[in-house]
Design a protein around this ligand. Structure first.
Ligand SMILES: [Zn+2]
Length: 123
């Protein structure tokens, strides 16, 4: 199991794996990600699932050479913050991405633990 310990997060990973990625939007148009139950910006509790745009843009990335123990066998790897418009996602990504690279959200597994990971792949 991952250390997120939250079924909402696992269900969200399932949705991405099935090609049904989504984000949450409140009535005021604020985007957020599961497992939120209320909008982090305005506190509204009525969140709607909206399909995630297929393509996001790399905003920043970091090459990790000295990983956390749970990623020991994955290093070196690259993590990125990707701007999908209403929401930003953080995950691992392919080597060689740059700021501005277009990517889509996929699911892969940690080589170290077998846990599912959010992974961004070039479009
Ligand atoms: Zn809101």
């Amino acid at each position: 199991m991952s250390d997120h310990g939250n079924t909402g997060y696992d269900e969200w990973l399932d949705a991405i794996a099935e090609g049904n990625a989504y984000y949450l939007e409140c009535g005021n148009g604020h985007g957020s990600l599961p497992p939120r139950r209320i909008c982090p910006e305005c506190g509204e509790g009525d969140l709607e699932e909206i399909p995630l745009p297929e393509t996001g843009t790399v905003e920043t990335y970091t090459v990790v050479h000295v990983p956390a123990p749970s990623f020991a066998d994955d290093a070196p790897y690259t993590t990125a913050v990707v701007d999908f418009g209403p929401v930003r996602l953080t995950g691992v990504t392919e080597d060689g991405v740059e700021v501005g690279t277009d990517v889509s959200a996929k699911i892969s597994e940690s080589e170290t633990t077998g846990d599912r990971l959010l992974r961004f792949e070039r479009r």
